[in-house]
Design a protein around this ligand. Structure first.
Ligand code: FAD
Length: 258
């Protein structure tokens, strides 16, 4: 009896280990096969900064060139990548970022970055000048999530997540409700753009975007232009903590906002 119990435990252990190995191997295989783009999920690659546009006192848009003018980034929609830089004391720092561009934007990708005064990676971005290179890899692997799913022996769900936590499929649902705060807008913006700019997708998008002040709103022009280009499919609501504005320029914008 004890022998049978032991054998059962061993077989179960072996099965769980097999599922784990198969899933992780499949992840890398599928990821490699899928990524015909310019990113490598395992190896950092350098991309040249070709344009830097200051959007506000602490926000800038960074445009990086891809290897050729016809290259695509190849990052699945809604996923993010790891950027590597140096903080103010020269130590390596790696942080996740979601580009605001899609694979329909060929030859380059863009990041909209909010730079915090004491932020480590913020320092790197603040110091970056046109012509500098940034090390990037991706898509970022969600190992903990994957392993947690494997631990739950939910192979089906784990497989669905092999390519990331979120996978965009046109017409999967009638409408998406999105809530974003601050720089958390970047993945939402990317997904909203992909949905709205796809003529075969009828999905509606409702986005609530919260910020502290008016001046903190990222990608406002781009969001407003999506709202005016797709009035029937895209509903956009801004929410602010403080309705007081510092500069006269901001006051001007506030009047427009009201
Ligand atoms: C999936 C994902 C996608 C993302 N995409 C984007 C994006 O597209 N754009 C974007 O801007 N961000 C994005 N982020 C956030 C980004 O990853 C970083 O968290 C952000 O850039 C801050 O990193 P940091 O190293 O500059 O700040 P950190 O060093 O982590 O500091 C964070 C905060 O702590 C404060 N702080 C740090 N050190 C000190 C100190 N010594 N004393 C007091 N305060 C301190 C900083 O001022 C800042 O407010 C994303 C995050 C995730 C998870």
């Amino acid at each position: 009896m004890a022998f049978l119990e032991n054998s059962r435990v061993e077989i179960l252990g072996f099965a769980v280990a097999l599922v784990a190995v198969t899933t992780v191997t499949a992840y890398f295989y599928l990821n490699k096969k899928k990524s015909k783009g310019s990113l490598d999920p395992e190896k950092f690659q350098d991309f040249k900064l070709v344009k830097r546009t200051q959007l506000s006192h602490n926000v800038a848009k960074f445009r990086f060139a891809l290897p050729t003018p016809t290259s695509i980034l190849g990052l699945p929609i809604g996923q993010h990548m790891s950027c590597r830089g140096k903080d103010s004391i020269g130590e390596e720092v790696i942080k996740p970022y979601t580009p605001t561009t899609l694979d329909s934007d060929v030859g380059y990708f863009e990041l909209v970055i909010k730079m915090y005064p004491q932020g480590r990676m913020s320092h790197h971005f603040r110091e970056m000048r046109v012509g500098d290179y940034m090390a990037v890899k991706g898509p970022k692997v969600h190992f903990c999530f994957l392993l947690r799913l494997i631990a739950l022996r939910s192979l089906f769900v784990a497989s669905a997540c092999l390519l990331g936590r979120f996978k965009y499929q046109p017409n999967q649902v009638k409408a998406f409700g999105m809530i974003a705060g601050g720089s958390g807008i970047t993945p939402m913006f990317q997904v909203a753009r992909a949905i709205l700019e796809n003529p075969k997708d009828n999905t509606n998008v409702h986005l609530i975007y919260a910020n502290v002040t008016f001046e903190d709103i990222l990608l406002k022009e781009e969001l407003d232009s999506l709202a005016s280009n797709y009035p029937d499919r895209f509903k956009l609501f801004y929410v602010l903590n403080q309705v007081l504005f510092g500069s006269s320029k901001a006051k001007e914008k506030q009047n427009h906002f009201q």
